[in-house]
Design a protein around this ligand. Structure first.
Ligand code: OSB
Ligand code: MG
Length: 382
């Protein structure tokens, strides 16, 4: 395979508006700043990545502004003008910076795209993914009443989604889920609490066990794997971890402890495709099924999610709904679409979709071209 040499990085700062507000236990989002990271190699091949953050540090500690800061001050200076013989190398090249995984993933994924395009293949193929179509679920934000939630669920079940995920928080949980379960006794249904509970709620959470849920996602603290073990022992409903798995090591510890039976893999949260694949492989060895989480991505991040989901152990439908569920107009072409809950994995090179520069220009605030190392911080060079 041909190596790449990074000539420049262009940061495209955008502001995008969701078609509808999305409410979780930590707040409501309607608009966000997204930085699209374009990495260009010295033969002119461009690859794309995306900061999957929101503007506030409520899901994890990062915001779009902090990812841009980390990229400019530390991550881009480490990678600019460097030769990369395989994108698997990037994770370790960036490990001198602690955490800041979403910032790392934004550029790591772009480098994967450059590398595979230059070598006339796709990210899925280079990762070893074999699934040619992927099943898709719908993540539904917290609604005002159980009846409104049931109405939404009906809409998405009719559209063919293969899994329904309902966001919950104290006060909007059991009654809401029970209403959905009563209306749809057999649909694949799960709940995501985004860390809204503690072990004090254990008896309350046990009520979930009568609802035949596929799983409860991240019920307890965002940084916990110990209390989740205690909870999992008490529940028959499988616990799935999202927020508290940032690395292969976190996944290993959670599996060894028995803190979960399922893991949600998000490329951003774990710092890129390399770590995402390693977590996937570890889970497969331990019979832990995985699925690809979503972060309300534009087409670029969504395309990376689709590429990753081609790996074999992604056996549970992901939060990779089609573009039209998020954006009036996405920035990639062709549009990401679904047919009865199935996305056909694109056969093209790279991420399988092209960034449409006309569409990008409609949400663009500014583009910043970085061609020289410009930082006052000491940066490791080898
Ligand atoms: O916890 O999975 C989550 C969105 C933002 C932050 C965290 C989460 C989510 C989602 C959205 O659930 C899923 C999607 O992209 O459709
Ligand atoms: Mg989640």
């Amino acid at each position: 395979m041909q190596s790449i040499h990074i000539k420049e990085v262009i940061l495209h700062h955008t502001k995008v508006s969701l078609i509808a507000p999305f409410t979780t236990s930590f707040g409501t989002m309607e608009q966000k700043d997204v930085c699209l990271v374009e990495v260009v190699d010295d033969t002119g091949v461009s690859g794309w990545g995306e900061t999957v953050t929101s503007n506030e540090p409520y899901y994890n500690e990062e915001t779009t502004a902090t990812t841009v800061y980390m990229l400019k001050e530390f991550l881009i200076p480490r990678l600019l003008k460097k030769e990369i013989s395989h994108p698997n190398e990037v994770h370790d090249m960036l490990s001198f910076v602690r955490r800041n995984n979403i910032a790392k993933a934004a550029i790591e994924t772009a480098i994967w795209d450059v590398f595979v395009k230059k070598n006339h293949t796709s990210i899925a193929k280079l990762l070893g993914g074999t699934q040619t179509e992927i099943a898709v679920g719908k993540s539904i934000g917290i609604q005002d009443t159980p009846a409104k939630l049931v109405e939404k669920v009906r809409e998405f079940v009719d559209e063919g989604f293969k899994k329904i995920k309902v966001k919950i928080k104290p006060g909007a949980d059991i009654a809401y889920l029970k209403a959905v379960r009563d209306a749809f006794p057999t649909i694949p249904l799960m709940a995501d609490a985004n860390s809204a509970y503690t072990l004090k709620d254990i008896d309350h959470l046990k009520e979930l066990d009568s609802l035949n849920l596929m799983m409860i996602e991240q019920p307890l603290s965002h940084d916990d794997i110990v209390d989740h073990r205690i909870l999992q022992k008490e529940l028959t409903t499988p616990v799935c971890l999202d927020e508290s798995v940032h690395s292969l090591d976190d996944a290993r510890k959670a599996i060894e402890l028995g803190s979960c039976k399922i893991i949600n893999i998000k490329i951003g949260r774990v710092g890129g495709l390399y770590e995402a694949k390693r977590i996937h492989d570890l889970c497969m060895e331990h019979d832990i099924p995985v699925w690809c989480g979503g972060m309300l991505e534009t087409g670029v991040g969504r395309a990376h999610n689709i590429q990753l989901t081609t790996l074999k152990n992604f056996t549970i439908p992901g939060d990779t709904a089609p573009s039209a569920h998020y954006w009036k107009e996405d920035i990639v072409t062709p549009e990401i679409v679904m047919d009865h809950g199935i996305i056909q994995v694109p056969s093209g090179d790279g991420i399988g979709y092209e960034v449409d520069r006309d569409k990008l220009s409609k949400v663009l605030i500014s583009s910043e071209r970085i061609t020289e190392v410009d930082t006052t911080h000491p940066i490791p060079s080898a």
